[in-house]
Design a protein around this ligand. Structure first.
Ligand SMILES: [Zn+2]
Length: 222
């Protein structure tokens, strides 16, 4: 569901719509929403101008919004797509990171480069331990299954995988996640791990990231 519309509705009905396009699914959901809510403001990246149907607001790094009574900081973090944004709610510690950081994984590098994506993740990783990570997909089990193949001796990861499997069996969501948990268990934030550096045969963060992303691409396809 890459590029699917992100609806943020707090307090009844979608009152604003934050979107990003993708080559595979260029925000088709926007049209459906706009048919029902023609006045709906659609927020998206200025770097995606012309690619997001109905876009009314063009955002980039450093912009600030008010949303549902909250301050929102806009971060431009290209890599997954060229215009990818993250929305950081500093007062409540909520991070809406789209398809860049997932619980236990990360998005594919579709329009950027591995170094760009690694820099984006490095920036997100600096957020406080208790940051709630609201990603866009419930991919956690599959992501952790891959993570265990590259870091099988990471005990925090082993425990998280068991907890996440149990949660899914109970029908519970695993999103939002927490930044401290991501740093401890998500291989795409763990380029300092000696295990991962040995696998990638590099201590360079971007190269470790690129190696892992390549392995994951193959893993998903298999
Ligand atoms: Zn996407």
């Amino acid at each position: 569901m890459a590029g699917a519309a992100k609806i943020v509705g707090i307090g009844g009905g979608p009152d604003r719509h934050l979107a990003h396009p993708s080559p595979r699914r260029p925000c088709g959901g926007n049209r459906d929403l706009l048919a029902r809510f023609p006045e709906l403001p659609v927020y998206g990246s200025i770097h995606d101008r012309g690619r997001i149907p109905g876009q009314t607001h063009f955002l980039t790094e450093g912009d600030r919004l008010h949303f549902a009574g909250q301050q929102v900081e806009v971060w431009w973090i290209p890599g997954h797509t060229r215009g990818h944004l993250a929305y950081w709610f500093p007062d409540r510690g909520d991070l809406f990171c789209g398809d860049t950081l997932f619980a236990g994984g990360c998005g594919r590098v579709m329009e950027g480069t591995p170094p760009q994506m690694q820099q984006a993740l490095a920036r997100l990783r600096e957020l406080p331990d208790d940051t709630r990570v609201w990603c866009t997909h419930e991919y956690t089990v599959a992501n952790l299954r891959f993570a265990l193949t590259v870091e099988p001796d990471n005990l925090a990861l082993v425990h998280r995988y068991a907890a996440v499997q149990a949660a899914r069996q109970r029908g519970e969501a695993t999103v939002p996640s927490q930044m401290a948990i991501e740093r401890a268990t998500n291989p795409f934030l763990r380029w300092e791990s000696p295990t991962l550096q040995a696998l990638a045969q590099s201590a360079d963060p971007a190269q470790v990231f690129a190696y892992l992303r390549q392995q994951k691409d193959g893993f998903t396809a298999a």
